[in-house]
Design a protein around this ligand. Structure first.
Ligand code: ASP
Length: 435
């Protein structure tokens, strides 16, 4: 029985785990009542989900550090990094531009804010959200954020799990190895071996993904239920639809099929494990090792690209979040009866893009930073707080979909950049084995 289960492709097992968790969680919530279901979910399921998330998070820093050093040394020429970086950032901006436009269009058609009275947000929700927003804002201004990319102490950056400083340091070490040449061979070999070992460990941990995903989904469904559909129905529909279009049309059709001439089916299958984990954890950061593993092992993206483009994407490329921020702005405007001009739309698009770049890849980060976007359409700070507190209790199910979209975009861009650099193994991409 167990052997038979293990012989099923991982992405199918992850999906089975996801749907089983969904069913168990909902059955618990609507069968046993909210209180008992929440208790059982907190005690019996959440610890398993948390253990799984900790296992993947444990791999983030070791995986980026080793893969990226190997990636840079494999490029053979530091100048190539410049081209790779420029293409990556250009693609990330282009996809985010589509995302914001899509969010604003959908928000104008579906009008999620009509008939909503966000002033009714519970006082307790307002208080709890206030503290969280302050912590999210504490990240500082854009100049501080840029400076922090340069670690004053790399070990401290590793210890804090800081992704961008780790990327920065690993790239420099890679360049150092390249320019040192032969005397650096021992350390180069060390990083190559270490990268392989950590990837093996990642693959091992992913074997637990179906169970981790099941535990997390059970917990989410038992504690949150589907109330989001009742309370935020139109916002949820607008978000899920926009994200679906962003994945199917922008990444799938425009990038994978038209631009890269690759089969859509393989792209979707190749990233399904990572999508399952993104959906159940609502964190692009926590999903990162799995995203890297899917890109390398299922889609044939070379280490040099997967190790650099994906960690950068998990931190700065958040198309689902950008869609959402546009939608929340329209939601607030429609609910508050604010008439928007064309200029407002442009300003929302620009700030939503910037905030999505600045948001961390952790649960609810996008919503907690929404005030910046609301400000440009004239929503006051107190009102923003009410809007955010009103949505917050239902955010998890929305967050799950935007995180899934965020990581799907990272992988599509990684495939594109890899292909243009001759770093995509199309045989692996097209392989039917992962079917
Ligand atoms: N949870 C999202 C992520 O990790 C960010 C967001 O809140 O939109 O990608």
């Amino acid at each position: 029985m167990f052997k038979k289960w293990q012989s099923i492709t991982l992405w199918k097992r992850v999906l089975i785990g996801l749907f089983a968790g969904l069913a168990i969680g909902l059955a618990m919530r609507y069968g046993l009542g909210v209180e008992r279901a929440t208790h059982i979910a907190d005690v019996g399921f959440k610890p398993f989900g948390d253990a799984f998330v900790r296992l993947i998070k444990m791999l983030i820093i070791p995986l980026i550090s080793t893969t990226l050093v190997v990636g840079v040394t494999a490029m053979g020429d530091p100048k190539k990094l410049g081209t790779l970086g420029t293409r990556t950032i250009a693609m990330y901006l282009a996809t985010t531009f589509f995302a914001v436009s899509l969010g604003l269009t959908m928000g104008s058609i579906i009008r999620p804010g009509d008939g909503i009275n966000y002033e009714s947000a519970a006082a307790s929700a307002v208080d709890s959200v206030k503290g969280k927003i302050e912590t999210a804002d504490a990240a500082g201004g854009i100049v501080d954020r840029l400076l922090e990319i340069i670690p004053t102490n790399p070990v401290e950056a590793w210890a804090n799990g800081a992704v961008l400083p780790t990327i920065f340091f690993a790239i420099l070490i890679g360049i150092g190895i390249l320019v040192t040449g032969r005397p650096a061979d021992p350390i180069k070999n060390f990083f190559e071996a270490a990268a392989q070992v950590i990837m093996r460990v990642t693959i091992l941990v992913m074997e637990l993904a179906p169970y981790g995903v099941l535990a997390l989904m059970t917990w989410v469904m038992a504690t949150q239920g589907l109330e989001v559909v009742l309370n935020m129905g139109k916002l949820a529909i607008a978000l899920y639809l926009s994200c679906g279009i962003q994945i199917g049309f922008v990444y799938g059709f425009l990038i994978i099929v038209c631009l890269l001439k690759l089969p859509l089916k393989q792209y979707l299958r190749g990233i399904a494990d990572a999508q399952g984990i993104a959906f159940s954890t609502a964190s692009s950061n926590a999903t990162l090792p799995v995203t890297i593993s899917c890109a390398e092992n299922n889609l044939g993206v070379d280490k040099s690209v997967a190790g650099s483009v994906l960690p950068l994407g998990a931190t700065i490329n958040m198309d689902g979040t950008a869609i959402y921020l546009g939608l929340v702005a329209l939601f607030a405007a429609q609910a508050g009866g604010i008439e928007l001009t064309a200029m407002h739309y442009v300003m929302v698009a620009i700030t939503a893009t910037l905030v999505s770049i600045g948001a961390a890849g952790i649960p609810s980060a996008g919503l907690l930073l929404a005030a910046t976007v609301l400000e440009v359409i004239g929503v006051t700070a107190e009102q923003s707080l009410l809007v955010i507190a009103f949505i917050f209790p239902f955010d998890r199910l929305l967050d799950m979909m935007r995180t899934l979209t965020n990581i799907s975009g990272d992988v599509a861009v990684a495939c594109a950049v890899a292909k243009w650099d001759d770093n995509l193994d199309e045989d692996v991409f097209r392989r039917e084995a992962q079917v």
